[in-house]
Write a protein that binds this ligand. Sequence first.
Ligand code: DAH
Length: 370
Amino acid sequence: MRRRAGGAGRETERDGRMAIVEELEALREQTIAQIAQAADTAALEQVRIGVLGKAGTLTGYLRQMGQIAKEERAAVGKTANEVRAAVEGALAARKEELAASELAAAIDAAAVDVTLPGRSQQVGTRHLINRITDEISEIFLGLGYTVATGPEVETDYYNFEALNAPADHPSRSLADTFYVRDLSGAQAAVRGESDVLLRTQTSGVQVHAMEDNELPIYVIAPGKVYRRDVADPSHLPQFTQIEGLVVDEGITFGDLKGTLDYLCKQMFGEERKTRFRAHYFPFTEPSAEVDVSCGICHGEGCRFCKGTGWLEILGCGMVDPNVLSMSGIDPEKYSGFAFGMGVERIACLKYNVPDLRMLVEGDMRFLRQF
Ligand code: DAH
């Protein structure tokens, strides 16, 4: 702006007024630019406070209006109001714009990508040994049997003596026993051994069942048994047995055969045959071992059945009258049959598993197949 040397005061005032109007216009431009650059609603709010807030630049000008000469106040006031209206309009427009894009970003961030493959959960299943145990139990429950149990830490009486195997009986060496230190100080039945042991068979549950139940008795007893054996393809130091016991009037060997034949067909398939081979167990007389026809060669003979066409699955027999009388049952009036089978062995036969140890090693690659 040009100034005349020694010019009137009026000129200077005019210059001052023009300067304020120009400043206001510059403020408008600068603010509109800041509004356009505000990257989010928080930044936009800072711009608003800086201009229109209590200590804002435009607010400052408006406060000074009183000090401006009356005749100029209208022009400056007009400009100030225009600037305020322009700034407020720009703020509102930008605010709407930012709110819309912030909402869009929030929706994007929370969105689910339906094309991503799902994360699958590994569902656990029951172990094959438990499943076979249940399967066999169900077959007998369907025939009206109930489930009996007994302790795994057993006394010599239930594991041997009451099963017709007194202290000097050779059958005691048929299976090597884990003895448990007997703290009662009682005289042991076998010299040098304790009277407390880990049961070597579930047959002891027969004795508990006869002591605890009214006649007739139709029970099965699944449970763990222990033997001092080194694990190999056909032995485990701990395994599972299922015992069966029937005591009633008029029970015959024919009932035993029919029951076990039914069990085999249910377990392995209708086409499978059974055969009974004479055997010895101290608590049954007569005793037998039961074989089922080989599921691989159907009786022709193959490696799985060692060329015989048959697979041994359990031991059984008619309950020895001595065993009945020892448990207080009259053998003249009642007769019964009993059987016992190894669950791991049956699982291996059913699924053609060549080594019992594979069932207990916990290798998921193997277990997952069942
Ligand atoms: N306890 C026998 C064993 O462990 C299996 C057995 C055979 C059980 C004949 C029985 C039976 O009840 O009658 O080898």
